[in-house]
Design a protein around this ligand. Structure first.
Ligand code: FES
Length: 327
C-alpha cells in the first residue's frame, strides 16, 4: 500500500549534485531550477520525495538551515529495504526534476544550556544539520558519531573541516576499544539540564535512550527520530470501525489492512511517507475512541493523551475510532 502522490503543496527541484560519499551512502543536492531561494527549514527537518519508482519516502535535510539555495540529503542504500533507497541510488539522475514536499520538522532543536547529539550511521543526516545550526548560534554542544567503519562514515571531511570539528567525536565499531561510544560515561558527566538528540539504527537508539532513562534523564530532554521500524502485528488483531469526520465516511478496517489503506481505498487523500510510523506525515486527530499506538514518532506523553493517531500503522483498542484531520 502506498500513496501515489504527495498530498499538499509540492516543489519541483533539480538534482544538482549526486555523489557516492561513503560506502552505500549517496549524497544529493537539490536546487530550484531557476536558482530561486528554497523555502526555509529548521535543523532536524525532512522532506518527502516522490521517487522515480513511484514510492514516496522521507529523507532528512543534512545541510545548513541558513543555506536557502540547496537542500542536501544523504541516503543509505538498504539492500533489504522496500525500494526507496534503491531508487535514489540507481534511478535518480543528475539534472532530473524531483517533486518534493515542503520541509517538515518533527525533530526540532530546543533551546538548552548544553546539547548532546548522538548519530548512528545514516542517522548523521538530521544530526549534522543540528550541529551546524548550534554552531552558527554559538550554542554549547557536543556530538558523538558512531559508525561501523571509517569507509562507511558519511560527511567525515565536511565535519573535520567545519568550525565545530573540535566538538565531534567519531566512534568506529572496528576501531580501538577506548574510542568506542560509552553513552553512560558521557551522560554521567553532563549537566542534568542537557537536552539529548538521537538518530540512527534501532539498536543504537534503544541503547542511548535506555541509558539516558536509566540515569533518570527526563523524557522531555530526550529527543529522537527513527529511520526504520518493524511493523507490529498481534495475534488478536481484528477489524474495527473508523469514522472519518471531515466527510462523515464510516468504514470497517479489516484485520489485514491499515487504517490508511482502508481510507485510501475509499477515496480519501491520506498523506503518507514512511508508512512505518516514523515520520509523522500521516498523523490525524482522535475525536473519539481508544487508539492502539504502534508508531515510534509520537512521544509517550502524546500516546497517553490518546489525541493523535498514525493511520499508517496504528490500530484501535475500541470498536470504533473517530478521526479528524490533524490540527
Ligand atoms: Fe510516516 Fe505514518 S506515514 S508515520
Amino acid at each position: 500500500m502506498s500513496a501515489t502522490q504527495i498530498v499538499g503543496d509540492t516543489l519541483a527541484l533539480k538534482v544538482n549534485k549526486k555523489e557516492l560519499i561513503a560506502d552505500g551512502v549517496m549524497y544529493l543536492e537539490l536546487v530550484d531550477p531557476k536558482g530561486e531561494n528554497l523555502p526555509k527549514f529548521t535543523a532536524g527537518a525532512h522532506i518527502d520525495i516522490q521517487l522515480p519508482n513511484g514510492l514516496i519516502r522521507p529523507y532528512s535535510l543534512c545541510g545548513s538551515s541558513a543555506d536557502r539555495k540547496a537542500y542536501e540529503l544523504g541516503v543509505l542504500l538498504e539492500t533489504n529495504g522496500r525500494g526507496g533507497s534503491k531508487s535514489v541510488h540507481e534511478e535518480i539522475v543528475l539534472g532530473a526534476k524531483l517533486r518534493i514536499s515542503h520541509p517538515k520538522n518533527h525533530f526540532p532543536l530546543t533551546a538548552a544550556k548544553h546539547s548532546v547529539l548522538f548519530a548512528g550511521g545514516i542517522g548523521i543526516t538530521p544530526i549534522l544539520s543540528m550541529a551546524q545550526s548550534l554552531s552558527d548560534e554559538a550554542a554549547s554542544f557536543e556530538m558523538h558519531y558512531c559508525s561501523r567503519s571509517r569507509s562507511r562514515t558519511a560527511f567525515v571531511e565536511r565535519i573535520s573541516a567545519s568550525p565545530f570539528s573540535s566538538k565531534v567525536q567519531f566512534h568506529f565499531d572496528d576501531g580501538a576499544e577506548e574510542q568506542k561510544l560509552k553513552a553512560s560515561e558521557i551522560l554521567k558527566n553532563t549537566d542534568p539540564t542537557t537536552h539529548i538528540y538521537v538518530c540512527g539504527p534501532k539498536g543504537f537508539m534503544d541503547h542511548v535512550i535506555q541509558t539516558a532513562k536509566d540515569l533518570d534523564w527526563p523524557e522531555t530532554q530526550i529527543h529522537f527520530e527513527f529511520f526504520k521500524s518493524e511493523p507490529i502485528v498481534k495475534d488478536d488483531d481484528g477489524s474495527f470501525e473508523v469514522e472519518y469526520r471531515p466527510t462523515g465516511l464510516v468504514l470497517r478496517v479489516p484485520a489485514d489492512m491499515t487504517v490508511a489503506q482502508a481510507l485510501i481505498d475509499a477515496g480519501v487523500d491520506v498523506p503518507l511517507s514512511c508508512e512505518q510510523g516514523i515520520c509523522g506525515t500521516c498523523v490525524m486527530q482522535v475525536v473519539d475512541g481508544d487508539p492502539d499506538h504502534r508508531d515510534v514518532c509520537l512521544s509517550d506523553e502524546d500516546k497517553d493523551l490518546r489525541k493523535m493517531f498514525t493511520p499508517c500503522c496504528s490500530r484501535a483498542q475500541s470498536p470504533k475510532l473517530v478521526l479528524d484531520l490533524s490540527q
